[in-house]
Structure formats: C-alpha cells, structure tokens
Design a protein around this ligand. Sequence first.
Ligand code: NAD
Length: 509
Amino acid sequence: MSTMPTSLDVSNLAICKENALKVVNEEIMLNAVYLNGQWVTIEVTHESDAALKEQNLFDPSSAELIAKTRLASAHYVDQAARAAEQAFEDWSNTAVSDRARYLSGIADEMQKRFDKLVSLSVLNNGKPIVEAELDVNDAIACYRYYAKLIQNQPSQSLVETGEPSVRLYKCNEPVGVCALIVPWNFPMVTTAWKLAPALAAGCTVLLKPSEVTLLPELMLGNILEEINLPKGVVNILPGGADVGAAMTSHPLVDKISFTGSNVVGEKVMVQAAQGIKDISLELGGKSAIVVRADANIDLACELIVGGIFANCGQICSATSRLLVHADIAQTLFSKLKIVIEALIVGDGFDSTTQMGPLVSEAQFKQVKKYFDIAADEQLACLTGGQTLQQEGYFVMPTVYTEVPTTSRLWREEIFGPVLVTQTFSSDEEAVKLANDSQYALAASVVSTNEQAAMTLARQIRAGHVWINEFQIVLPEAGWGGFKQSGIGRELGEDGLSAYQKSKHILLPN
Ligand code: NAD
C-alpha cells in the first residue's frame, strides 16, 4: 500500500490542482447524501445545529479553503438504514454473477475516472500523486478481486461428518445491513476493503466516509449512479461522529466495520453492544522495523524511509519504531540522516515532491504536540523535530534515537512522520522490543539471512510482516492486527467471511 515516491511520472498533466478544483465545482455533489439510489440535498432540521453540520474542506498544502459543505445528521441515517433494509432481500438474492458484474462495474468506472479520483485525493488529502495513484489502483484491484472470489466460492458445500445417516450442508449467508465507517488516510482503499466484500457477500450498506476527505468518496456516489446499482444497496452519508454513532447504534444495522483510531474504536464497540451487532475493527499501530546486523544498509534505509515517511507517516502500518542492531547503528544513522535530509517535502501536485503535508490542522497540531513532548523528555533528535515555516500543514521528517521504551513517543501512535529508534544486541532482544506495544498490526525485518528473518517474522506479534520488502498489501492477504490493533481481518477470504455467516442444513441421507 505504501512506497516512498522516488521519481514521478510527470507526463500526466491532467492530474493538477486546477483540474482537481474544476472537478470539485462541476462533478462533486456537496451538501447531499446518496440515499436510496439518488442524491438528496441535506436540509438543516434545527436552526441551532446548523453550524455543527457545516464542514470546510482545506487544501493541506496551502491551508486554503477548497469547499464548504454540509454534513448529514442522524435523521438521514435512519432513512439510509430503512433503504438498506428494504434493498437487502433483493440484493442478497441477486445472482452472484450479477453482483460480480456490479463490482467489476465499479472498478471500470473508477478506472475511467482515474485522473479525477487521483486529483481529488491529492487535493483533499495532500498526498503526493504516486501515493494517490496507489490508493485508487489498490481500490480498483480490490473490487476486481472480490468480483472473482465471490464467483469462485461455492454457495453451499457438503460437510464430511461421522454420521452416515444424514447429510450436512454449509451455506454462506450475507450478514445483513452493514455500517461501514472509514478514515481519511487512504480514502479509496479503506472504503474498497469494506465495500467490495460486503457487496460481494450480498449485504447492503451505509457508508460513512471521513468528513475530512469527502471529495474522492463523494465521487463514488457518481460511480454507483452510473452503473445503476439497485437503489438502497449503498447509501453514502457524509457525516461526523454523530452520524457514525447513529449508524453504529441503529436497530436495523446488523454489522459494523470500522477503521480508525482506538479512541473511537472503543466507543464504536460500546455503541455496537446495543442490539448485539457483529463487529470488525481496524485500529491503530506502532509497528516495528527490525534491522539485523547482516542487513544491506542501503536497502534498510530505503525501507525505513518508505515505512515511516510515505503518506507523511499517516499509515496505520507505518513502521514508526526502528530497532537496529547496535553493531551497525551508527553507520545506519549516518546514512539515514543524509537520505532523510535529501527528501523533498512539498505540495502533493508538485512532480518532485516525495513527502506531502499532514492532512489537516488537527493532525498538524497533534504531531507538533509530540515534538514538544520530545523536547520536554530531552530526546536525542537525529533530524527534523520541527514544523516547516510555510503555509500548509508541513512538518519535517523526524527521527529520535535511543528513545526510552517508557517515552510517550515510543508507546503512542503519532500518525505523522516521526520515527523513534532503539538498539538491540540479539534477536531475542529485538523480538522483545518489537512486541513491547499495545498494538500489533504489522512489522518489517531487514536481513540477508532469510531463515533468521523468517524466525523473527514468526516471533513478532503482528498481522502482516514484510521481509526486505516495501509495504505491499495484496488483495489476497488478510489484513488486521493482534492485541489492540483490532478485531477481525479485511482482504483475502477472511475479508469476505467478515460479511458472511454460515448456515448449516441437515437432512436424512
Ligand atoms: P478516527 O477514529 O478519528 O475516525 C475514523 C472514522 O470514525 C471517521 O469517519 C469519523 O468520522 C468516525 N467517527 C468519529 N467518532 C465516531 C463515533 N463516535 N462513532 C462512529 N464513528 C465515529 O480516525 P482517523 O483520524 O480518521 O484515522 C486515523 C486512525 O485510523 C489511526 O489511528 C490509524 O491507525 C487508523 N487506521 C487503521 C487502519 C487499519 O487497517 N488498521 C487503516 C487506516 C487507518
């Protein structure tokens, strides 16, 4: 999902700020929900909450206003839930080949609008073009993957039993009406990881994009209209926490799939308890990258930089804790400092940019807070540790060395371009340090000894481990963490099962 941009294809001139703003003005339905197959204008129901329901969208690279929009309220959640409930019977009985055709249709329409989606993503999120391209490409791959997978899954299968007088069948049934809630860091792909398997399984959906990155997500409504998805199957609710809370506690919702922070994840779990809803949670991370003494230093630097500075560190699986063998630490740090200080930080639309701004003022303040904590804790700063003196939400790519494991910077998810490091002297110590976290989402190992790296990969508690590789996430590989990084898996066959429940039918032989 993330590689650090090294060189950019500048031939595609359609992807530029001017065109992005044009798309916003001409094609994006602001102030509307996509409800029961059509765009419905959001009306303010109470004078007093009008201000609360407004959302300004800013260009993170300049802090300039891009668009003013209105957010939905709980009232629309109820309408959406009823529409999804009504659509469920037909959609869950739609032939699997037809559901697959709709999924392929979404992928085709995304491909047709590729430049527009990428432009909206760069404009709204601040990420460099290549990272926005990854977001859209991975989303397309995900819709195609589930279109294929659902057609290959038998709708019922005979189960071998020890009882010869009966036959037992296992069937996969859709779980029902699903509330899908996504964050802003990879808007297209985090949505696809939920929406594609939910639709494939025969579920109907209430989708709440992050209020921060509405622009690319609203384009999805245009796509659903274009492919004539039956009405009510997907309802898009641009909204904030109140809309999320209304979705997760709505009596017609059977399943919640949430990606976001642990603070909100805990609230979602409590909300889901009402009515005993099925739940999947993709939460935070504080992943380790372990560099063994036998590692290729150049490759290690590339993987460290890609692992923490791609998407300006705003990746759940960002390898934000570097564990390096003491014997090579100084050599690695010297090289790393040179590589990091050569990174080009700038506007995502600039073809030379390697790291963009943070997504929002809130995220900017959050990272700045950790710079202040680091100063208070007197952490040794190898590079960075400051904001950039220019318009927009820019901070410097930052590394602190020999950070105590009691430090807040070691323990907490910063969600910004801040790397903390520690040294180790044995693989046992590396595993202990890697596992010293409440999170357990992902990890990387860099070593020329594949067997030793595999042993480490098995011992580190994480849902996904890369060895000598960038953070590639394939649709076939289940995604999710251990410990407080979440519950359940997305992608792969597990990602489809998350939207299905088994039913067993027993009859005489
Ligand atoms: P967030 O928790 O602030 O918001 C996530 C979503 O929840 C948004 O759509 C938000 O509007 C909604 N929300 C807020 N309050 C709610 C409530 N009470 N009930 C229901 N919904 C509510 O997270 P964020 O800042 O958008 O994203 C960053 C976080 O997401 C990081 O912690 C990151 O690690 C995590 N993340 C995890 C994965 C993963 O796969 N594990 C992937 C991407 C991001």
